[in-house]
Design a protein around this ligand. Structure first.
Ligand SMILES: NC(=O)C1=CN([C@@H]2O[C@H](COP(=O)(O)OP(=O)(O)OC[C@H]3O[C@@H](n4cnc5c(N)ncnc54)[C@H](OP(=O)(O)O)[C@@H]3O)[C@@H](O)[C@H]2O)[C@@H](O)CC1
Ligand SMILES: Nc1ncnc2c1ncn2[C@@H]1O[C@H](COP(=O)(O)OP(=O)(O)O)[C@@H](O)[C@H]1O
Ligand SMILES: [K+]
Length: 506
C-alpha cells in the first residue's frame, strides 16, 4: 500500500518536517535536487559517464524553482553545460530560492530571463510544483509552450508545471514531461488523467520527510501494489465448498445472457464455493453450456422473479444483483426487495443501479453491507451530477456518495476510486483494452467472489478492483489491447492470483 497525497497534505508534511522537526527546507531542497540528478544520470549517462549534457533548467521564484537551481548547480559541478531561465514573474520569492540563486550566479551559471534556443539534451521544469494555484497564463504559458517545443529529455521536478497536484486537471497549459521525479509521496495529480499522461514516467523519491509526519497527516488516498495481493483470503486443507461461500448472482434478462456468465465465472475463478444464477428462463440453455458449474433458478414473470429474490436471500451468503437484468417490472421488484431486505452483503451493479437511481431512497434502507459499482454514467444518474463534473472530481464524488448512503462505492473509470466514505483507494492497475463490453460484469463477479471467500465489503471492493486491473493487464499481454474481450479478463484471473495463494484459516 502506498499513500497518494494531494496539494494540502503534501504542503502540511513539508511544514511539519521543517517547522516542527527542525529540518531546514534548504536541506530537503538539496536532497530533492540530488535525487533528480541521479535519475537523469542513470538514464543519460549509464553508458558513457563522461557524456557532457547540454541542459536547460527553467525556474520561477518558489521552492520548486529552488529545487531547479540546486539541480542546475549539481549538473554544472559535474561538468555539464547548464543554462538557467528564471522567469521572474511572481512577486513573492521564497528565501530558499533567493539563496540558491545567489550561489548559482556566484559559481558562474548563466541565468537569463528568457529561453535561449538550442539543442538541449535535457530540459528541466522547475517552474511550479505543488504551489500551483490557478490557471497558467501570460509569460508562464508562453514559456511552457516554448519548452514543449524543444527536443531533449524532458524532466519535471515534483509535478509538471500546469498539472493540478490534487486532481490531475490541466490548469490552462502544462509541461509535457518524459519523467517526473516527485518527492516523498506520489501525488493524486500524477495518477489521475489527464495529469498522468503528461507526467511521463513517475519516480517517487524519498528526500527526508519523516514517516511520523506522513502518519500525522494521514493522507486520505492510497493505492495498492503487488505486495497487497497477500490480502487474498487463504484456503484451509480441511475445507469443503461451503467454506468458501454461496453466491447468488441475479443477472441476465431476455436479451442479455453474457453478463451473468462473466460475473458467475469470475466469482468462481476467485475461489467461491458455490454460485447460483437467478435469471430469465430464456437464458437457461446458454447458462448450462457456458457455466455448467453454476446452479440455476429461472423466472418467466414478475411473480417468479420475486420467488427468485426470496430464494436468493434465504440461500446465499452474498448477493450480486444487476448485470444485464434490464429495467422491466421483474427486475425492479427484485432490486427493491434485495436492497431493502437482504442482511448479507449485496453487490449492486449495472441495471440495479439504474433502477435505484429512479428511487434513490432504496439505497438508504439497506440492512446489511452494500457495495455499489457504478461507472461514471451510472454515478451521474445516481447523483444528478453531470459526467464532466464527476470526471474532474471522481475521488470526492466517490467518497461523498459512500458517506451519504453508508455504502462502499467503486466508481469505475480509467482510474477507479473505491471509498467507504472515510478514505479512498485509487486504482492504478488496468489498461484501455478494458474499455470493452462485459468488463464491468467481470469486476462485479471478482468483488463478489472476494466477499464469499472471506473479505469484508470494503477490502473486497478495493482488492477486487486491483485484481481486475491486473487481470486486464495480463489479458492485454496475451491478446493485445485491441483484441482482448471480457472473457480474456476472466481467463487471466487465475494467472494473477495463483502466485499469491496461501494456506490459511477460514
Ligand atoms: N517547502 C519546502 O521547503 C520544500 C519544497 N519543495 C519543493 O517546493 C515545491 C513547492 O514550493 P512552493 O510552495 O514554494 O510553490 P511552487 O510550486 O514553487 O510555486 C511558486 C509560486 O507560484 C505562484 N503561482 C501559483 N500558481 C501560479 C500560476 N498559475 N501563475 C503564476 N504564479 C503562480 C504562487 O505564488 P503566489 O503568486 O500565489 O503568491 C506559488 O507560491 C514543491 O513542489 C517541491 O518541488 C522541496 O524542495 C522540499 C522542500
Ligand atoms: N482505459 C481504462 N483503463 C483502465 N481500466 C479501464 C479502462 N476502461 C475501462 N476500464 C475498466 O473496465 C471496467 C468497465 O466497466 P463498465 O463500464 O461497467 O463496462 P460494462 O458495462 O461493459 O461491463 C471498469 O472496471 C473500468 O474501470
Ligand atoms: K515542476
Amino acid at each position: 500500500m502506498f499513500y497518494v497525497a494531494d496539494r494540502t497534505e503534501m504542503q502540511e508534511i513539508d511544514r511539519l518536517t521543517i517547522e516542527e522537526k527542525g529540518v531546514p527546507g534548504i536541506l530537503l531542497m538539496e536532497r530533492a535536487a540530488i535525487t533528480v540528478l541521479e535519475e537523469i544520470n542513470s538514464r543519460l549517462k549509464s553508458i558513457n559517464a563522461d557524456r557532457k549534457l547540454k541542459c536547460l533548467v527553467v525556474v520561477e521564484g518558489g521552492n520548486n524553482g529552488g529545487d531547479g537551481l540546486a539541480l542546475a548547480r549539481l549538473l554544472y559541478q559535474q561538468g555539464d553545460i547548464v543554462h538557467v531561465c528564471y522567469i521572474n514573474g511572481i512577486s513573492r520569492v521564497s528565501d530558499s530560492f533567493s539563496y540558491q540563486l545567489e550561489i548559482a550566479k556566484k559559481i558562474g551559471i548563466q541565468v537569463t530571463d528568457h529561453i535561449i534556443d538550442s539543442d538541449y539534451d535535457v530540459v528541466v521544469d522547475g517552474i511550479f510544483g505543488v504551489g500551483l494555484k490557478r490557471d497558467v497564463a501570460g509569460i508562464w504559458r508562453e514559456t511552457i509552450e516554448t519548452m514543449n517545443g524543444l527536443g531533449g529529455f524532458k524532466v519535471a521536478i515534483d509535478t509538471p508545471s500546469g498539472v493540478d497536484a490534487s486532481t490531475g486537471q490541466i490548469m490552462g497549459c502544462a509541461f509535457k514531461a518524459g519523467m517526473t521525479v516527485t518527492f516523498g509521496l506520489n501525488k493524486r495529480g500524477l495518477i489521475f488523467y489527464p495529469g498522468c499522461e503528461i507526467s511521463g514516467e513517475v519516480v517517487v523519491r524519498d528526500i527526508g520527510f519523516a514517516q511520523a509526519e506522513v502518519d500525522r497527516v494521514h493522507p486520505v488516498a492510497y493505492s495498492y501494489n503487488r505486495d497487497d495481493l497477500c490480502m487474498l483470503p487463504g484456503r484451509s486443507d480441511s475445507s469443503n465448498k461451503g467454506t468458501y461461500g454461496k453466491l447468488a448472482v441475479i443477472a441476465g434478462s431476455r436479451d442479455m445472457s453474457g453478463a451473468m456468465t462473466f460475473a458467475a465465472e469470475a466469482a468462481y475463478r476467485m475461489g467461491t464455493g458455490l454460485v447460483k444464477i437467478y435469471t430469465h428462463i430464456d437464458n437457461k440453455e446458454i447458462a448450462g453450456v457456458r457455466i455448467p458449474e453454476a446452479v440455476l433458478m429461472c423466472y418467466s414473470n414478475k411473480d417468479e422473479a420475486e420467488q427468485c429474490a426470496r430464494d436468493a436471500m434465504e440461500w446465499s451468503d452474498a448477493i450480486l444483483i444487476g448485470p444485464g437484468i434490464g429495467k422491466g417490472d421483474a427486475a425492479r421488484s427484485m432490486v427493491e426487495y434485495i436492497m431493502c431486505e437482504a442482511v448479507q452483503t449485496v453487490i449492486a451493479d449495472a441495471d440495479a443501479l439504474n433502477i435505484i437511481s429512479e428511487k434513490p431512497d432504496i439505497l438508504g434502507r439497506h440492512r446489511g453491507p452494500v457495495i455499489v459499482t457504478p461507472h461514471i454514467g451510472e454515478m451521474s444518474r445516481l447523483t444528478g451530477v453531470a459526467i464532466p463534473d464527476i470526471k474532474k472530481n471522481i475521488l470526492e464524488v466517490c467518497k461523498d456518495f459512500s458517506m451519504e448512503y453508508n455504502v462502499v462505492s467503486a466508481l469505475k473509470d480509467a482510474r477507479t476510486c473505491v471509498s467507504d466514505g472515510r478514505d479512498v483507494y485509487i486504482n492504478t492497475s488496468g489498461n484501455n483494452g478494458m474499455s470493452t463490453a462485459g468488463a464491468g460484469d467481470v469486476l462485479a463477479g471478482i468483488i463478489a467472489g472476494l466477499v464469499c471467500t472471506g473479505l469484508g465489503a470494503y477490502e473486497a471492493a478495493k482488492l477486487g478492483v486491483y485484481i481486475h486491473g491486473l487481470a486486464g493487464d495480463m489479458a492485454a499481454e496475451h491478446r493485445g489491447r485491441n483484441a482482448m474481450i471480457a472473457r480474456d479478463i476472466v481467463s487471466a484471473i487465475s494467472e494473477v492470483i495463483k502466485g499469491a495463494e496461501h494456506d490459511g484459516q477460514q
